[in-house]
Design a protein around this ligand. Structure first.
Ligand code: PEP
Ligand code: MN
Length: 351
Protein backbone atom coordinates (compact mmCIF):
# COMPACT_ATOMS: atom_id res chain seq x y z
CA UNK A 1 0.00 0.00 0.00
CA UNK A 2 1.03 3.56 -0.68
CA UNK A 3 -0.15 6.48 1.40
CA UNK A 4 -0.14 9.62 -0.74
CA UNK A 5 0.06 12.69 1.48
CA UNK A 6 -1.56 16.02 0.61
CA UNK A 7 0.80 18.72 -0.66
CA UNK A 8 -0.09 20.62 2.50
CA UNK A 9 0.78 17.73 4.87
CA UNK A 10 2.90 18.79 7.82
CA UNK A 11 5.94 16.99 9.18
CA UNK A 12 3.91 15.95 12.24
CA UNK A 13 1.20 14.41 10.03
CA UNK A 14 3.85 12.46 8.09
CA UNK A 15 5.34 11.25 11.38
CA UNK A 16 1.91 10.20 12.62
CA UNK A 17 1.36 8.06 9.51
CA UNK A 18 4.79 6.46 9.96
CA UNK A 19 3.97 5.70 13.61
CA UNK A 20 0.68 4.14 12.57
CA UNK A 21 2.47 1.91 10.05
CA UNK A 22 4.99 0.81 12.70
CA UNK A 23 2.18 0.13 15.17
CA UNK A 24 0.59 -2.25 12.66
CA UNK A 25 3.91 -4.14 12.47
CA UNK A 26 4.92 -2.92 9.00
CA UNK A 27 7.74 -0.74 7.66
CA UNK A 28 7.18 2.79 6.26
CA UNK A 29 9.31 4.19 3.41
CA UNK A 30 9.04 7.93 2.83
CA UNK A 31 9.26 8.74 -0.88
CA UNK A 32 9.76 12.36 -1.86
CA UNK A 33 8.15 13.01 -5.25
CA UNK A 34 8.19 16.10 -7.44
CA UNK A 35 4.66 17.02 -6.31
CA UNK A 36 4.17 15.50 -2.89
CA UNK A 37 5.36 13.06 -0.27
CA UNK A 38 4.16 9.46 -0.33
CA UNK A 39 4.76 6.76 2.24
CA UNK A 40 5.15 3.21 0.98
CA UNK A 41 4.40 0.26 3.23
CA UNK A 42 6.29 -3.04 3.15
CA UNK A 43 6.25 -6.05 5.43
CA UNK A 44 2.57 -6.91 5.04
CA UNK A 45 1.62 -10.38 3.85
CA UNK A 46 -1.96 -9.68 2.84
CA UNK A 47 -3.95 -6.59 1.91
CA UNK A 48 -3.98 -3.66 4.33
CA UNK A 49 -7.28 -2.07 5.24
CA UNK A 50 -7.15 1.53 3.90
CA UNK A 51 -9.48 2.70 6.68
CA UNK A 52 -6.44 2.69 9.01
CA UNK A 53 -5.17 5.75 7.14
CA UNK A 54 -7.79 7.59 5.13
CA UNK A 55 -9.16 9.58 8.03
CA UNK A 56 -5.71 10.64 9.27
CA UNK A 57 -4.65 14.27 8.94
CA UNK A 58 -2.68 15.13 5.81
CA UNK A 59 -3.54 11.88 3.99
CA UNK A 60 -4.81 12.33 0.43
CA UNK A 61 -5.23 8.69 -0.60
CA UNK A 62 -4.42 5.12 0.42
CA UNK A 63 -3.57 3.29 -2.78
CA UNK A 64 -3.23 -0.47 -2.90
CA UNK A 65 -0.17 -1.67 -4.84
CA UNK A 66 -0.73 -4.53 -7.22
CA UNK A 67 2.87 -5.54 -8.06
CA UNK A 68 5.00 -7.84 -5.87
CA UNK A 69 7.93 -5.41 -6.08
CA UNK A 70 7.28 -2.25 -4.11
CA UNK A 71 10.32 -0.02 -3.53
CA UNK A 72 11.62 -0.40 -7.09
CA UNK A 73 8.19 -0.12 -8.71
CA UNK A 74 6.62 2.90 -10.35
CA UNK A 75 3.47 2.46 -8.26
CA UNK A 76 5.53 3.51 -5.22
CA UNK A 77 7.61 6.12 -7.02
CA UNK A 78 6.36 7.47 -10.37
CA UNK A 79 9.40 9.69 -11.04
CA UNK A 80 12.57 8.31 -12.68
CA UNK A 81 15.39 7.65 -10.24
CA UNK A 82 18.61 9.47 -11.00
CA UNK A 83 21.69 8.08 -9.29
CA UNK A 84 24.51 10.45 -8.52
CA UNK A 85 28.06 9.15 -8.77
CA UNK A 86 30.19 12.06 -7.58
CA UNK A 87 27.72 14.47 -9.12
CA UNK A 88 27.35 12.59 -12.43
CA UNK A 89 23.78 11.43 -12.87
CA UNK A 90 22.82 7.99 -14.13
CA UNK A 91 19.23 7.79 -15.34
CA UNK A 92 18.83 11.46 -16.23
CA UNK A 93 18.85 12.99 -19.70
CA UNK A 94 22.49 12.17 -20.24
CA UNK A 95 23.29 8.67 -21.47
CA UNK A 96 25.78 6.75 -19.34
CA UNK A 97 28.62 5.04 -21.16
CA UNK A 98 30.58 2.42 -19.24
CA UNK A 99 33.48 0.78 -21.06
CA UNK A 100 36.53 -1.33 -20.39
CA UNK A 101 37.87 -4.85 -20.54
CA UNK A 102 36.03 -7.87 -19.27
CA UNK A 103 38.85 -8.54 -16.78
CA UNK A 104 41.65 -6.53 -15.26
CA UNK A 105 44.63 -8.41 -16.71
CA UNK A 106 47.64 -6.37 -15.64
CA UNK A 107 48.56 -2.87 -14.47
CA UNK A 108 49.57 -1.45 -17.88
CA UNK A 109 46.39 -2.68 -19.56
CA UNK A 110 44.02 -1.07 -17.11
CA UNK A 111 45.94 2.23 -16.83
CA UNK A 112 46.16 2.49 -20.62
CA UNK A 113 42.43 1.80 -20.92
CA UNK A 114 41.61 4.41 -18.27
CA UNK A 115 43.68 6.95 -20.24
CA UNK A 116 41.98 6.10 -23.54
CA UNK A 117 38.48 6.23 -22.08
CA UNK A 118 39.16 9.48 -20.25
CA UNK A 119 40.39 11.06 -23.48
CA UNK A 120 37.04 10.10 -25.03
CA UNK A 121 35.17 11.73 -22.17
CA UNK A 122 33.97 8.41 -20.76
CA UNK A 123 33.50 8.59 -17.02
CA UNK A 124 33.14 4.92 -16.08
CA UNK A 125 35.72 2.16 -16.40
CA UNK A 126 34.56 -1.41 -16.03
CA UNK A 127 36.89 -4.34 -15.33
CA UNK A 128 36.49 -7.49 -13.28
CA UNK A 129 39.02 -8.34 -10.59
CA UNK A 130 36.96 -11.25 -9.25
CA UNK A 131 35.64 -13.09 -12.30
CA UNK A 132 32.77 -15.57 -12.16
CA UNK A 133 33.75 -18.11 -14.83
CA UNK A 134 31.80 -21.08 -16.10
CA UNK A 135 34.91 -23.25 -15.88
CA UNK A 136 37.14 -23.43 -12.79
CA UNK A 137 40.09 -23.75 -15.21
CA UNK A 138 39.46 -20.36 -16.84
CA UNK A 139 41.16 -17.14 -15.68
CA UNK A 140 39.49 -16.19 -12.39
CA UNK A 141 40.74 -12.60 -12.28
CA UNK A 142 43.66 -10.94 -10.50
CA UNK A 143 41.49 -10.57 -7.38
CA UNK A 144 43.02 -8.17 -4.78
CA UNK A 145 45.85 -7.27 -7.15
CA UNK A 146 43.27 -6.26 -9.78
CA UNK A 147 41.57 -3.96 -7.26
CA UNK A 148 44.89 -2.23 -6.64
CA UNK A 149 45.27 -1.49 -10.37
CA UNK A 150 41.69 -0.23 -10.61
CA UNK A 151 42.34 2.09 -7.69
CA UNK A 152 45.47 3.36 -9.40
CA UNK A 153 43.57 3.92 -12.67
CA UNK A 154 41.05 6.02 -10.79
CA UNK A 155 43.55 8.11 -8.88
CA UNK A 156 45.53 8.75 -12.06
CA UNK A 157 42.61 9.73 -14.32
CA UNK A 158 39.62 10.42 -12.06
CA UNK A 159 37.57 7.81 -13.94
CA UNK A 160 34.89 6.02 -11.90
CA UNK A 161 35.29 2.32 -11.30
CA UNK A 162 32.67 -0.37 -11.75
CA UNK A 163 33.73 -3.85 -10.77
CA UNK A 164 32.03 -7.08 -9.82
CA UNK A 165 31.62 -8.53 -6.36
CA UNK A 166 31.49 -12.31 -6.36
CA UNK A 167 31.09 -13.14 -2.69
CA UNK A 168 30.06 -11.60 0.60
CA UNK A 169 33.57 -12.15 2.03
CA UNK A 170 35.19 -9.93 -0.59
CA UNK A 171 32.47 -7.25 -0.52
CA UNK A 172 34.33 -4.92 1.89
CA UNK A 173 37.44 -4.73 -0.29
CA UNK A 174 35.45 -4.44 -3.53
CA UNK A 175 33.23 -1.72 -2.03
CA UNK A 176 36.30 0.26 -1.02
CA UNK A 177 37.50 0.53 -4.63
CA UNK A 178 34.24 0.44 -6.59
CA UNK A 179 32.25 3.58 -7.29
CA UNK A 180 29.55 1.20 -8.53
CA UNK A 181 29.41 -2.42 -7.40
CA UNK A 182 28.44 -4.91 -10.09
CA UNK A 183 26.37 -7.98 -9.29
CA UNK A 184 26.85 -10.43 -12.15
CA UNK A 185 24.21 -12.45 -13.94
CA UNK A 186 25.22 -15.61 -12.09
CA UNK A 187 24.66 -13.93 -8.73
CA UNK A 188 21.40 -12.17 -9.52
CA UNK A 189 19.54 -14.43 -7.12
CA UNK A 190 22.29 -14.79 -4.51
CA UNK A 191 20.02 -13.25 -1.91
CA UNK A 192 22.62 -13.08 0.83
CA UNK A 193 24.92 -11.13 -1.50
CA UNK A 194 22.05 -8.87 -2.58
CA UNK A 195 21.27 -8.06 1.04
CA UNK A 196 24.93 -7.45 1.76
CA UNK A 197 25.34 -4.96 -1.12
CA UNK A 198 22.14 -3.33 0.07
CA UNK A 199 24.10 -2.30 3.14
CA UNK A 200 27.38 -1.45 1.42
CA UNK A 201 26.57 2.21 0.81
CA UNK A 202 27.55 2.24 -2.88
CA UNK A 203 25.42 2.27 -6.05
CA UNK A 204 24.83 -1.21 -7.46
CA UNK A 205 24.63 -2.34 -11.07
CA UNK A 206 22.47 -5.46 -11.02
CA UNK A 207 22.76 -7.68 -14.09
CA UNK A 208 19.85 -9.82 -15.20
CA UNK A 209 20.39 -13.55 -14.76
CA UNK A 210 20.57 -15.36 -18.06
CA UNK A 211 17.38 -17.29 -17.30
CA UNK A 212 15.69 -14.67 -15.15
CA UNK A 213 12.36 -13.10 -15.94
CA UNK A 214 11.92 -9.35 -15.71
CA UNK A 215 9.90 -9.85 -12.53
CA UNK A 216 12.71 -11.91 -10.98
CA UNK A 217 15.17 -9.14 -11.85
CA UNK A 218 12.94 -6.56 -10.19
CA UNK A 219 12.47 -8.76 -7.12
CA UNK A 220 16.26 -9.13 -6.88
CA UNK A 221 16.53 -5.32 -6.99
CA UNK A 222 13.86 -5.19 -4.28
CA UNK A 223 16.20 -7.19 -1.99
CA UNK A 224 18.84 -4.46 -2.35
CA UNK A 225 16.38 -1.61 -1.94
CA UNK A 226 14.82 -3.29 1.08
CA UNK A 227 18.18 -3.07 2.87
CA UNK A 228 18.06 0.68 2.46
CA UNK A 229 20.01 1.11 -0.77
CA UNK A 230 17.84 2.71 -3.46
CA UNK A 231 20.81 3.39 -5.77
CA UNK A 232 20.30 0.49 -8.16
CA UNK A 233 20.99 0.38 -11.90
CA UNK A 234 19.39 -2.51 -13.77
CA UNK A 235 21.36 -4.13 -16.56
CA UNK A 236 19.92 -6.14 -19.44
CA UNK A 237 22.72 -8.41 -20.68
CA UNK A 238 20.95 -11.04 -22.74
CA UNK A 239 19.06 -14.17 -21.84
CA UNK A 240 19.40 -17.79 -22.87
CA UNK A 241 17.18 -18.85 -25.76
CA UNK A 242 17.26 -21.69 -28.30
CA UNK A 243 19.42 -19.57 -30.63
CA UNK A 244 23.01 -20.74 -30.92
CA UNK A 245 24.56 -18.26 -33.38
CA UNK A 246 24.76 -15.71 -30.61
CA UNK A 247 26.03 -16.16 -27.03
CA UNK A 248 22.77 -14.85 -25.59
CA UNK A 249 19.69 -13.11 -26.96
CA UNK A 250 19.71 -9.44 -26.01
CA UNK A 251 16.19 -8.85 -24.75
CA UNK A 252 15.48 -5.38 -26.06
CA UNK A 253 11.84 -5.89 -25.09
CA UNK A 254 12.98 -5.66 -21.49
CA UNK A 255 13.89 -1.98 -21.85
CA UNK A 256 10.44 -0.46 -22.42
CA UNK A 257 8.85 -3.07 -20.17
CA UNK A 258 11.16 -2.33 -17.23
CA UNK A 259 10.94 1.43 -17.79
CA UNK A 260 7.18 1.14 -17.42
CA UNK A 261 7.31 -1.07 -14.33
CA UNK A 262 10.22 0.53 -12.50
CA UNK A 263 11.69 3.96 -11.87
CA UNK A 264 15.26 2.59 -11.85
CA UNK A 265 17.75 3.36 -14.65
CA UNK A 266 18.30 0.64 -17.25
CA UNK A 267 21.73 0.06 -18.79
CA UNK A 268 22.29 -2.42 -21.62
CA UNK A 269 25.33 -4.65 -22.03
CA UNK A 270 25.39 -5.51 -25.74
CA UNK A 271 28.74 -7.33 -25.41
CA UNK A 272 27.38 -10.23 -23.36
CA UNK A 273 24.02 -9.77 -25.04
CA UNK A 274 25.22 -10.87 -28.46
CA UNK A 275 28.69 -12.19 -27.63
CA UNK A 276 30.22 -11.23 -30.99
CA UNK A 277 32.33 -8.06 -31.36
CA UNK A 278 30.93 -6.87 -34.66
CA UNK A 279 27.39 -7.22 -33.34
CA UNK A 280 28.12 -4.84 -30.48
CA UNK A 281 27.73 -1.50 -32.37
CA UNK A 282 24.34 -2.32 -33.95
CA UNK A 283 22.96 -3.70 -30.69
CA UNK A 284 24.24 -0.63 -28.83
CA UNK A 285 22.33 1.60 -31.21
CA UNK A 286 19.24 -0.57 -30.92
CA UNK A 287 19.39 -0.39 -27.12
CA UNK A 288 19.56 3.41 -27.10
CA UNK A 289 16.76 3.57 -29.67
CA UNK A 290 14.67 1.35 -27.37
CA UNK A 291 15.10 3.81 -24.50
CA UNK A 292 18.06 2.50 -22.50
CA UNK A 293 19.72 4.98 -20.14
CA UNK A 294 23.17 3.88 -21.22
CA UNK A 295 25.50 1.11 -22.27
CA UNK A 296 28.17 -1.07 -20.77
CA UNK A 297 30.59 -2.14 -23.49
CA UNK A 298 33.59 -4.46 -23.33
CA UNK A 299 36.64 -2.82 -24.90
CA UNK A 300 40.13 -4.28 -25.29
CA UNK A 301 43.19 -2.93 -27.14
CA UNK A 302 44.17 -6.41 -28.24
CA UNK A 303 41.05 -8.61 -28.12
CA UNK A 304 42.87 -11.62 -29.65
CA UNK A 305 44.95 -11.96 -26.51
CA UNK A 306 42.28 -11.04 -23.94
CA UNK A 307 42.12 -13.38 -20.94
CA UNK A 308 38.32 -13.35 -21.03
CA UNK A 309 35.60 -12.39 -23.52
CA UNK A 310 37.99 -11.20 -26.26
CA UNK A 311 35.60 -12.41 -28.94
CA UNK A 312 32.95 -9.93 -27.87
CA UNK A 313 35.32 -7.03 -27.11
CA UNK A 314 35.71 -4.08 -29.49
CA UNK A 315 38.88 -2.06 -29.98
CA UNK A 316 39.05 1.56 -28.79
CA UNK A 317 38.97 2.85 -32.39
CA UNK A 318 35.66 1.13 -32.95
CA UNK A 319 34.34 2.50 -29.69
CA UNK A 320 35.17 6.01 -30.93
CA UNK A 321 33.15 5.43 -34.10
CA UNK A 322 30.31 3.99 -32.10
CA UNK A 323 30.26 7.01 -29.77
CA UNK A 324 29.99 9.26 -32.77
CA UNK A 325 26.89 7.41 -33.93
CA UNK A 326 25.45 7.28 -30.42
CA UNK A 327 25.87 11.06 -30.27
CA UNK A 328 23.71 11.42 -33.37
CA UNK A 329 21.11 9.00 -32.09
CA UNK A 330 21.06 10.70 -28.69
CA UNK A 331 19.78 13.89 -30.37
CA UNK A 332 16.85 12.01 -31.89
CA UNK A 333 16.09 10.42 -28.53
CA UNK A 334 16.28 13.79 -26.75
CA UNK A 335 19.26 12.52 -24.75
CA UNK A 336 22.88 13.62 -24.59
CA UNK A 337 26.15 11.71 -24.28
CA UNK A 338 28.66 12.31 -21.55
CA UNK A 339 31.58 13.72 -23.49
CA UNK A 340 33.57 16.05 -21.29
CA UNK A 341 34.77 18.88 -23.51
CA UNK A 342 34.22 20.38 -26.93
CA UNK A 343 37.76 19.47 -27.80
CA UNK A 344 37.10 15.80 -27.18
CA UNK A 345 33.77 16.14 -28.89
CA UNK A 346 35.42 17.42 -32.03
CA UNK A 347 38.08 14.75 -31.90
CA UNK A 348 35.48 12.02 -31.82
CA UNK A 349 33.25 13.55 -34.43
CA UNK A 350 36.09 13.85 -36.94
CA UNK A 351 37.52 10.33 -36.44
C1 PEP B 1 30.91 -9.31 -17.07
O1 PEP B 1 30.34 -8.21 -17.02
O2 PEP B 1 32.07 -9.45 -17.49
C2 PEP B 1 30.15 -10.52 -16.73
C3 PEP B 1 30.72 -11.57 -16.18
O3 PEP B 1 28.85 -10.41 -17.07
P1 PEP B 1 27.58 -11.34 -16.76
O4 PEP B 1 27.52 -11.44 -15.27
O5 PEP B 1 26.46 -10.58 -17.36
O6 PEP B 1 27.82 -12.65 -17.44
MN1 MN C 1 32.79 -10.33 -19.73
Amino acid sequence: MLIAMKTTATREQIEAVKEKIFSLGYTPHVIGGAQRIAIGITGNQGKIDPSHFISMGGVAEAISVSKPFKLVGREFKPDDTEISVNGNLIGGRELTIIAGPCSVENREQIIEMADILTSLGIKYLRGGAFKPRTSPYSFQGLKEEGLVYLEEARSKTGIHIITEVRSEETLPIVAEVADIIQIGARNMQNFALLEAVGGAGKPVLLKRGNSATIEELLMAAEYIAHQGNPHIILCERGIRTFETYTRNTLDLNAIPVIKKLSHLPVIVDPSHGIGIWDGVPPMSMAAIAAGADGLMIEVHSNPESALSDGYQSIKPERLKNLLKKIGLLADIMNRSVNLQTNEVNEKIYTT
